[in-house]
Every structure is written in C-alpha cells, then in structure tokens.
Design a protein around this ligand. Structure first.
Ligand code: F3S
Length: 248
C-alpha cells in the first residue's frame, strides 16, 4: 500500500546548503532512489542525484541516509517506519558538487599511487600457474564496485580532512591486499602500504566492513593481513640489519 513519505534532502553546492523538506508519495517495495526519482520528477526537477544501474552494481548512487553511508538503490523504504522522516545527505567525506553529488576524485588520485602488478614470467609453455586456493584469496577484493561508502564512513578521513594526504582508505587497502596476496606478484608492497597508503592509521574500527554492499570483509581479510605483513617486515631482524648496513 502506498503512503506519503516525509523526506529531508540536502540541497546546495560547494558554497553551502541546507536540508529541504518534502513529502513524496511512495509505493510498497520501493527503495530510497525511487523516492528521489519521484521527487525529481514531480517537485524538484533540478535535484542533482548520481545513479546508473539501480541494481547495486555500479556504485554510483551512494549517499548518506539518516547519517549512514548507503546505496540509495539498495535501501528499501521498508527499513523505516512509514511515519519516520528519512534524511538524505551527500557523502560527508568528499566535497559537494551539488545536492547529493560529491566529487570523489580523492579516491582516483589515491588509486594512481597503487603500484601495478609485476607478475613473474610465464612458464616455458606460455602459461601462468597458480593454485586455485591462492587465486580465490584475492577474488573477494575484486567484488568491489567502488561506491566509496567505506571511504566515506572511515573516521580517519571522515572527521579529519588533514589526514587525507597520508591515508588512502579501506577501498585502496583492498588493492594493496590484492597485490600482496597475488600468487604471481614479485614486488614487495609493504613499505608502500605503510608509507604511501597509511595503513597504520587504521585502528580497525570495522565501520568500512559494516557498510560494504558487497559484504567484503575489508578489515579482517584485507586490512589486518596487510598490517601483519607490514609489522613482520618492520621487525624482521634481517630487514632491520639490512636497513642499518645500507644506511651507512
Ligand atoms: Fe577505517 Fe575501516 Fe580501519 S573504517 S579505521 S579503514 S577498519
């Protein structure tokens, strides 16, 4: 059965803005993006909303619903009471372009700094050989749809703009984990994960894992293993000895 949904939607641009009140007729089974589309079609034609697939696979429609980063296309209205007011705001960690659209280029700038894969040479028969078990370990990380909900929720940058320089965030830690665990990779990326990506600033709050729409266990399966490898390298007596000798 349909009902009138009370919504507060952030309207504005980089110079500032505010929450605007709307009442939007919605139908049973709809999601927040449906309500935003109806609002755009009937009352606020200039509302800026980024979206694409409406199936939880493109990562475009990220916004914050009642303060929590979510995909608007995967957030059912039935999660809320019919008389509850839903507040939709842009991702807090990135600069606003207009209304619900943010500039997420921070993530792409950080991605440029992730080293490329340097695989070992092919076997004499022209193939690469990998154990299925090793292949599967990194497979989970490639489910990432780059919605950047994890980046927006992470308190290291959400509340501290000045940490952005030193911290790449959970989405990029997946990339470092993928490289580190790749069965053919020849490079050692532990120093880059520490010095370039700032994995040490993560204090394992696991908020990134909680918001991931692909249910990637970002903290347990990617960040913690990368942290462990960074620590192993730092406290490896041979590495320590080498650093002393070569510093002379
Ligand atoms: Fe941030 Fe995830 Fe670590 S939310 S603090 S990167 S566990």
């Amino acid at each position: 059965m349909g009902y009138d949904l009370n919504m507060k939607v952030w309207r504005g641009d980089e110079s500032g803005g505010d929450l605007a009140d709307y009442v939007v007729p919605v139908e049973e089974g709809e999601v927040v993006l449906d309500a935003l589309h109806r609002l755009q079609a009937t009352q606020a034609g200039d509302l800026a909303v980024r979206w694409n697939c409406k199936a939880g696979k493109c990562g475009s429609c990220s916004a914050e619903i009642n303060g929590k980063p979510r995909l608007t296309c995967m957030t059912r209205l039935s999660l809320f009471e019919p008389d509850e007011t839903i507040t939709v705001t842009p991702l807090r960690t990135f600069p606003v372009v207009r209304d619900l659209v943010t500039d997420v280029s921070y993530n792409y700038e950080k991605a440029k700094k992730v080293p490329a894969l340097s695989p070992e040479p092919r076997q004499p028969d022209g193939t690469y050989r990998m154990q299925q078990e090793d292949v599967e370990r990194g497979q989970e990380f490639r489910k990432c749809i780059e919605c950047f909900l994890c980046q927006s929720v992470c308190h290291v940058i959400r509340d501290h703009e000045d940490n952005k320089e030193a911290f790449s965030g959970p989405r990029l830690f997946l990339r470092y984990a993928e490289l580190e665990m790749h069965p053919l990779e020849t490079g050692d990326h532990r120093e880059a994960a520490k010095a370039e990506a700032g994995v040490g600033l993560c204090n394992i709050t696991k908020c990134c894992t909680e918001v991931c729409p692909e249910s990637i266990k970002i903290t347990d399966n990617a960040i913690i293993p990368v942290k462990e490898r960074v620590v192993d390298r730092s406290y490896d007596p041979l590495v320590w000895l080498g650093s002393k000798i070569f510093r002379r």
